[in-house]
Design a protein around this ligand. Structure first.
Ligand code: GRG
Length: 361
């Protein structure tokens, strides 16, 4: 696989050594990694598409044309905050393992949604930043665990070797556990004290719900249960459940928690929940589409796995064109939920919805 060569070369360059086949004690990310942000190159084409669409539509918001700068600025902000939140300290190995996956790039969609929702309802970015980082910690730990041999068994993630390939399965499990626990600590302890405590408490509860047996874990369990079954037997209802929980639940938490921190009314949170449920499902439908239309090199992870496993996915159950139509419809429906908000303040949530549809990794 072409990616294997490229990724190993990149790893070797970053660490100054050839990648160890099993456990590695030296991390390529021992020093600050804040400037090494790969979001822009990997998402560049989709960002350009969002801007082109905004131009073509004569978008209500002139700001939409600055989406490229917006994404870069937000990704950098989140990268720096994560770098500070998880320093290397004793015991070094587990902190290095956490940092290896957390600072390895990624599109940072969940933190961006959280910050955008907070700002749209009048909140301050710095108030939501610990929650935005916590969302990325939960997301990253779920990727680490998902990649383990007893789950999805993957060797590559975010264009690099998976955590267990570098640090061993025992440390990868523990790094995920530590990151999950720390995400809640970070929200509870580091959200500015000017944010009313009841808002922070609601965020902790919503984040917990998104992680648990009625959220990501529930989606993962049903996904594992469905593996090996004929895709027709799995069917659309179960597939939708998997997608809405495995992927959608955290996007829902991202948008709703950002809005709660920003002081949204209950009515506003519920409108934004509908927006988030639509983009959450669309995100995974697009993921299914990318799995069959992109290469491993383009995705930074193994492509074509669903096809090889003959897994139930939107393209495999309804066809590629219909899957694309459904994703478009979901994103249109999400945008409709934004109609009652200040349109100028809402432009990043419009643009992020388009980005989710148009992304190519
Ligand atoms: C205890 C929270 C918790 C989870 C454990 C392993 C597990 C249960 C759930 C797996 C959830 C999972 C990996 C869902 C896939 C979601 C998805 C579409 C990932 C890709 O997201 P991107 O494209 O990735 O945003 P980047 O790398 O850009 O961040």
């Amino acid at each position: 696989m072409a990616m294997a060569v490229t990724t190993q070369a990149r790893f070797a360059r970053a660490s100054g050594a050839a990648p160890a086949p099993g456990r590695a004690r030296a991390s390529p990310l021992r020093t600050s990694n804040a400037s090494r942000c790969r979001v822009a190159p990997r998402a560049a084409r989709a960002v350009a598409q969002v801007e082109a669409d905004a131009d073509a539509e004569g978008s209500a918001s002139a700001g939409a044309r600055d989406f490229n700068a917006y994404v870069l600025e937000r990704a950098k902000l989140v990268q720096q905050a994560l770098d500070v939140a998880v320093p290397v300290q004793y015991p070094e190995l587990i902190h290095e393992s956490m940092r290896y996956s957390l600072l390895a790039g990624g599109k940072r969609v969940r933190p961006m949604l959280c910050l955008a929702a907070c700002e749209m309802v009048g909140g301050k970015v710095e108030d939501a930043l610990p929650t935005a980082c916590a969302l990325e910690m939960v997301h990253t730990m779920s990727l680490i665990h998902d990649d383990l041999p007893m789950m999805d068994n993957d060797d590559y993630r975010r264009g690099a070797l998976t955590n267990h390939k570098v640090y061993g399965e025992d440390n990868a499990i523990l790094a995920g556990d530590a990151m999950l626990a720390y995400s809640f600590e970070h929200v509870a302890r580091d959200t500015p004290s000017t944010v009313p405590a009841e808002r922070t408490l609601r965020v902790v509860a919503d984040l917990g719900k998104a992680c648990g047996a009625c959220g990501l874990v529930g989606g993962q369990v049903v996904d594992l249960e469905s593996e090996g079954k004929p895709k027709e037997e799995v069917g659309m209802d179960t597939l939708r459940y998997i997608h809405e929980h495995k992927t959608g639940a955290l996007l829902e938490a991202a948008v709703c928690c950002g809005a709660i921190i920003g002081g949204a009314s209950d009515e506003q949170v519920e409108k934004l929940r509908k927006y988030a449920l639509d983009i959450g499902l669309a995100f995974q439908v697009v993921d299914d589409i990318l799995d069959v239309t992109k290469t491993s090199e383009e995705l930074g992870k193994t492509a074509g796995k669903d096809l090889v496993a003959d897994k139930a996915t939107y393209p495999s159950l309804v066809g590629l064109d219909e899957a694309k139509r459904i994703a478009r419809e979901l994103v249109d429906s999400a945008k409709a939920e934004l109609a009652d908000f200040d349109q100028e303040a809402a432009w990043p949530l419009y643009a992020l919805a388009t980005f989710i549809l148009e992304r190519d990794s």
